[in-house]
Design a protein around this ligand. Structure first.
Ligand SMILES: [Zn+2]
Length: 625
């Protein structure tokens, strides 16, 4: 069900991606690509790049990437057919749909949105004017919400009747709203007696909007003293998914982008409280814990998340998830310094200045966790100090950056009066055992001897491909100063430079090896971009929009890159053989192979990375060898 694949392909081909993106972002030509400030995250120096020939974009800052269709979807919050239709309109392509009456899905969603709009308005008017809403109005006034606040957030009142909304909207009647639309929008349901009933009854309603301001659902609160769960939310449907929806994002997005920070809290009244205290960048999850989907949405708007709920009560699993997200999304997570047990909504009423201070005094998430561990510990004995220091250090071991790890360690050592060297040992052990050790980039542990020749990255100790934009890989990808990445860049831009004898096994990092395999597997780049696993096509787009003039134009550098790949591959093979030899299974063949490899590696290094020596090494490494 959808638009014909061929038509989508035609639209992609006919679309000038630079012109499309140029309507939103000022793009400047830099060499072969186009560059500008990323529309998906706040930045002052451009890290957003477009490759016009391949029709793809990639941001080295927030990792947003895709083609013209993805771009429209993200920037306009459009769905796939909508985006394709708009692009088809630009290039005058008539679309064919795979089923008659197509666009049905989208039409349906449009109807649900309309139904929700009507309901929002109906409930809102009911709160403002109906006599049965008196208690609700009083409750809201007591919370400090005057008429302006009620109107701004479009709050509503669901009367204490079982089908007031359904009756007023004429659900199921000839001229009214069709019953399936009413129930699919989450507004009501057919009860056991076969009659249509409202979903919300005797509750103050907080309508929830998507980032573009379309209503998607409601959160309903009972009045104090009434029965039933305090909050009830819309159930998941075609327009409302609680794992993704964030209350308040439609109002807060501008401030979030401007301040490069988003505050995440747990309740509708917290969001409103923050805004009343002058902080307009808060959003709330709707009856669920923060999910990865939420984080993915928020990351498009800001690189820093301040948690404004009891992060402790969220538990250890949550803490680990936050840490992973920090790495995976290059996010900064901080914890607001709320007084114990306080909720932001109440604090906004009783002491708004304290709420502002809580955000300003937010501490970095790792610091928060370390302080928790040390706070719980008995630091009055040497034994207690050592134990606390070790526990805190194991938290630090989760952090991928060695320099930052060391900064924390020195601090912990100081606070526990334990030697920093001892704690460094703890971290080393924890990282060796850690579950993520398998995917940890090799470059971090063993800088390559040849690196010196290309070392422009300063303290990185490697040949830096990415100068200037400060971008680093996500947790899934190794650091950018990586020869394997350069080989893949060559495969994308200068495929002739990559010898056909090179096999995926010669590439160490799983992500890079995966892309190399995909390059061999798919007939061309377009197919790869369209069909490969998302992480592989994303990496491909990243490589496509990256320009390395020097590598492109210097045959010598290309040879050196290939030579170093051979050397690295040989080094791993050698390590494997030596391990085997040590465990006693050494036979003459194995020892001979070790010697041959060593000699060839030495020759390659002494030749200053000559191609013929690299080829000699390649011959030794080929699977048949
Ligand atoms: Zn970006």
């Amino acid at each position: 069900m959808g638009i014909h694949d061929e038509d989508v392909a035609r639209v992609r081909e006919a679309t000038d991606i630079v012109a499309v993106i140029g309507e939103y972002v000022q793009l400047k030509r830099v060499g072969r690509r186009w560059q500008g400030l990323c529309p998906f995250h706040a930045e002052k120096t451009p890290s957003f790049s477009v490759n016009a020939e391949m029709g793809v974009y990639h941001c080295f800052g927030c990792k947003a990437s895709g083609d013209a269709i993805t771009f429209l979807r993200e920037v306009e919050h459009a769905d796939f057919p909508e985006a394709v239709e708009r692009l088809a309109g630009r290039s005058g392509i008539a679309l064919r749909y795979t089923a008659p009456g197509e666009g049905a899905d989208r039409q349906k969603r449009g109807k649900l949105t309309e139904a929700l709009e009507q309901a929002v308005e109906w409930y809102h008017q009911r709160l403002l004017t109906a006599s049965d809403a008196g208690l609700a109005r009083r409750y809201l006034r007591e919370r400090g919400y005057d008429g302006d606040v009620v109107r701004q957030y479009k709050m509503g009142w669901a009367p204490d009747e079982w089908d007031a909304l359904a009756v007023d909207l004429g659900v199921g009647t000839d001229k009214g709203m069709p019953a399936p639309v009413f129930s699919d929008a989450g507004l009501g349901f057919r009860n056991k007696g076969g009659r249509i009933q409202d979903s919300f009854r005797a509750r103050v309603l907080f309508p929830i909007f998507d980032p573009s301001g379309k209503p998607v659902g409601f959160g309903g609160r009972v009045l104090p003293g009434e029965e039933g769960p305090k909050y009830k939310n819309s159930v998941d449907n075609a327009v409302y998914r609680k794992s993704r929806v964030l209350y308040g994002l439609n109002w807060a997005k501008q401030d979030i982008v401007n301040s490069a920070e988003v505050i995440v809290c747990e309740g509708y009244t917290d969001v409103i409280g923050f805004a009343q205290a002058g902080i307009a960048r808060a959003v709330a999850t709707c009856g669920t814990a923060l999910t990865e989907d939420h984080v993915r949405v928020l990351r498009r708007f800001a690189p820093r998340i301040v948690l404004a709920f009891d992060a402790d009560s969220a538990g250890q699993t949550a803490a680990e998830r936050f840490s992973q997200w920090e790495h995976a999304f290059e996010l900064e997570v901080a914890v607001a310094d709320l007084p114990p047990g306080a909720d932001p909504g109440d604090l906004a009423q009783s002491d708004p200045e304290r709420l502002v201070a809580a955000v300003e005094g937010a501490v970095d998430f790792m610091d928060f966790r370390i302080s928790r561990v040390l706070g719980d510990a008995d630091l009055s004995t040497v034994k207690g100090q050592v134990r606390a220091g070790e526990r805190a250090s194991r938290l630090v071991a989760e952090h991928p950056n060695p320099e930052i790890r060391d900064k924390y360690l020195v601090d912990i050592a100081d606070r526990c009066s334990v030697s920093a060297d001892h704690l460094r040992g703890v971290v080393r052990n924890a990282r060796r055992r850690g579950p993520k050790s398998a995917s940890r980039p090799a470059a971090e542990e063993a800088p390559h001897p040849a690196a010196a020749g290309y070392d422009r990255g300063g303290d990185r100790g490697g040949y830096s491909v990415y100068e200037g934009n400060g971008a680093d890989g996500s947790s899934d990808s190794p650091p950018p100063n990586n020869v394997e990445r350069q080989v893949l860049w060559l495969a994308a831009h200068e495929p002739g430079a990559v010898w056909s004898e090179i096999v995926p096994e010669m590439i160490h990092h799983p992500l890079y090896r995966g892309l190399f395999e995909a390059l061999l597997e798919y007939p061309d780049l377009d197919t790869l971009l369209a069909e490969a696993e998302p992480r592989l096509s994303a990496l491909m787009r990243e490589l496509l929009v990256y320009e390395d003039e020097e590598l492109r134009s210097s045959a010598h550098r290309q040879e050196v890159v290939i030579a170093i790949l051979m050397y690295e591959s040989a080094r791993r093979e050698l390590a494997y053989l030596e391990r085997k030899a040590r465990t006693g299974s050494a036979d003459d063949d194995l020892l001979r192979r070790v010697a041959t490899l060593k000699t060839a590696m030495d020759k390659l290094r002494e030749s200053d990375w000559q191609a013929d020596q690299a080829r000699a090494l390649l011959e030794l490494l080929r699977p048949s060898a």
